[in-house]
Design a protein around this ligand. Structure first.
Ligand code: HEC
Length: 153
């Protein structure tokens, strides 16, 4: 079956408008989620692992190294609040990794891991950031490819 993601995003946009501004709204239609995974990519084109590495390390973008470490990653400081991701590509499918980056709350409630593709309480963000997620769809897909490649050595 071919899924029409454009339609899914439209659906989500309509849902967003209907939500009260106090709620946190997701950009993803729950109909696309299978168990603890989102198997459908957010973009038409496949992600780029090298770009994903940049996002993972960059202070301005994902800054995932604040909480995670990957052995052999050339990063100055890597945190340990979150799990070691050296072998995450063996542990999780791309779809599972995708949903965890997008919105971990959909996998497990009360998680520490921030949601990177969700619109947060619209009362708390400045006008410039309204309706913007932390990462772009492309950056999420780049991270999915990069992390899927991490199978230890
Ligand atoms: C504030 C700390 C923090 C940051 C920043 C963070 N994470 Fe996490 N992450 C966690 C924690 C903690 C968990 C374990 C689940 C939980 O309790 O939240 C986790 C879990 C995960 C998992 C699942 C790992 C597994 O083995 O099940 C993935 C994949 C992941 N994070 C990717 C990322 C990516 C990619 C970024 C950057 C875009 C990121 N994380 C940023 C704290 C963080």
């Amino acid at each position: 079956m071919k899924l029409n993601l454009g339609g899914a995003l439209l659906f989500a946009a309509a849902h967003l408008t209907a939500c009260s501004s106090h709620e946190e709204a997701s950009l993803i239609s729950s109909e696309l989620i299978e168990g603890d995974a989102l198997p459908v990519p957010l973009t038409q084109s496949i992600g780029d692992g090298d770009e994903g590495r940049q996002v993972f390390q960059s202070r301005e973008q994902g800054h995932c190294v604040l909480c995670h470490q990957i052995q052999n990653l050339n990063a100055e400081f890597q945190g340990n609040l979150g799990p070691d991701l050296t072998e995450v590509g063996s542990r999780l499918t791309p779809g599972q990794i995708r949903l965890r980056i997008i919105d971990y709350e959909r996998v497990l409630s009360g998680v520490t891991m921030p949601s990177y593709y969700r619109v947060h309480d619209l009362n708390q963000v400045g006008d410039d950031y309204e309706n913007q997620s932390v990462l772009t769809a492309q950056q999420v897909e780049d991270l999915v490819v990069f992390l899927s490649e991490q199978k230890g050595n």
